[in-house]
Design a protein around this ligand. Structure first.
Ligand code: NAD
Ligand code: LMR
Length: 405
């Protein structure tokens, strides 16, 4: 298993060597702008955990909104190897807006003071092209959170443009094997905008987060059934990361049995569980005065770990470009169940959909169409054609080579 990861790591290095911007340039570039960009090699020498002999080639990982709430919980976990592995050295690329750079400097100090063995360097900047240079994994967290009384789609006007600009920059400077995970809300449509502005990459590489909703559903089921959380599986979150999302337990299992049979309470499922998961974000905001952060960071780690290393036969929900299945318009970023074999995902197809489920899924589809229509000005016209090509490539295998790692 470990040697397979090493072969993948070497392959990734080989693919990225053909990329025009090299790591050396990022780390040795001292021409910073006057508003305080800084690049900090975490230490002069590499510090190895154990012998270090088994370590993979260094990977560049970007996190936007790095001085924000979610990042504060997320960064130490990435740096500690919880997401990409304890044998995966990384250079952290931390992006922020100019006015948050001094706060970011404090975050960098703390990361240094943690002395994480895997961290080979830290790039901290407000310059997208410096920040995304050579990155293989981009976690797009930076965006405004909603406040009490708002829906997540109300954030489109302030956040959508961020993802168009980031898509363009990733397109120019990111590594060939880039994977993008969008967290900033409204996450599904932001992922669509980002992918549409990064035509160099197969849109399948852009995912949006619904893992937090999956975790919330899983917890509620375990609590209700009085079982352990890992004993609940095959929970699905369909659609938008919004109050129209559909947490579906039709196919879920508790200790291998049908969750619905074990719970045996349709009223609770429809009138308590579903609305509670749909409204959980708002409930946290009301109680905390700020949106979820530790649980969001945990969900990022959970999803990316499963995606990167493989999740065996567990199902994961994630927003990905629809391929037209389940009656969802092609090219909407719609959350569906996938299997993660390691480094990519496979949609779980042909699940039977009951009438109630179909009507719930349709509500979320309609909302995503509305969101897409509201940001048409940020989606290049040729994107529809690109979606088609990506799908064709995936079928013929032309996309497989690029997606493998
Ligand atoms: P926060 O306000 O604490 O931090 C956001 C950070 O992003 C700030 O430091 C801000 O300066 C920075 N930022 C803003 N624009 C940026 C840009 N263009 N480039 C780089 N950085 C930028 O917010 P938070 O609590 O960390 O939440 C971040 C986002 O994640 C919000 O949109 C929130 O709604 C969303 N969120 C999504 C989920 C999910 O499940 N998908 C869960 C929780 C939160
Ligand atoms: C959540 O689900 O907790 C986040 O999307 C934050 C929010 O706005 O609800």
């Amino acid at each position: 298993m470990s040697s397979l990861r090493h072969i993948r790591g070497l392959f990734r290095q080989f693919v990225n060597n053909s990329c025009s911007i090299k790591q050396d340039r990022v780390l040795s570039n001292s021409n910073y702008s006057s508003h305080g960009n800084f690049i900090v090699p975490s230490r002069g020498v590499q510090i190895y955990k154990g012998s270090g002999k088994d370590w993979l080639p260094t990977l560049h990982v970007a996190v936007t909104g790095a001085a924000g709430q979610i990042a504060y919980s997320l960064l130490p976990r990435i740096a500690n190897g919880e997401m990409l592995g304890e044998d995966q050295p990384i250079v952290l690329h931390l992006l922020e807006v100019p006015q948050a750079l001094s706060k970011l400097e404090g975050v960098v100090m703390e990361l240094q003071d943690c002395a994480f063995p895997l961290v080979q360097g830290i790039v901290a900047t407000d310059d997208l092209r410096k920040g995304f240079a050579d990155v293989s994994v981009a976690l797009l967290v930076g965006a405004k959170p909603r406040s009490q009384g708002m829906e997540r789609k109300d954030l489109l006007s302030s956040n959508a443009n961020i993802f168009a600009e980031q898509g363009k920059a990733l397109n120019e400077v990111a590594a060939n094997d880039l994977r993008v995970f969008v967290v900033g809300n409204p996450a599904n449509t932001n992922a669509l905008i980002c992918a549409a502005n990064a035509p160099r990459f197969n849109p399948e590489r852009f995912m949006s987060m619904t893992r937090l909703d999956q975790n919330r559903t899983q917890y509620m089921l375990a609590e209700k059934a009085g079982c352990k959380i890992p004993e609940v599986d095959r929970v699905i979150v369909w659609g938008n990361h919004s109050s129209t999302q559909y947490p579906d337990i039709t196919h879920a299992r508790i200790k291998g049995e049908s969750a619905r049979k074990v719970i045996n309470d349709e009223k609770w499922i429809r009138e308590v569980m579903i609305p509670k998961v749909q409204q959980r974000g708002a409930e946290v905001i009301k109680a905390r005065g700020a949106s979820s952060a530790a649980s969001a960071a945990a969900a990022v780690v959970d999803h990316m770990r499963d995606y990167w290393h493989g999740a065996g036969d567990r199902w994961c929900s994630v927003g990905i470009p629809s391929d037209g299945t389940y009656g969802i318009d092609e090219g909407l970023w719609y959350s569906v169940p996938v299997m993660c074999p390691g480094g990519h995902y496979r949609r779980i197809l042909n699940l039977p959909i009951e009438e109630f489920s179909a009507s719930m899924m349709e509500k979320s589809r309609k909302e995503l169409v509305e969101e897409r229509d509201a940001v048409r000005h940020l989606i290049p016209k040729e994107f529809g054609e690109k979606m088609y090509t990506a799908k064709k490539n995936a079928v013929t295998g032309a996309g497989k080579k690029a997606a493998s790692k």
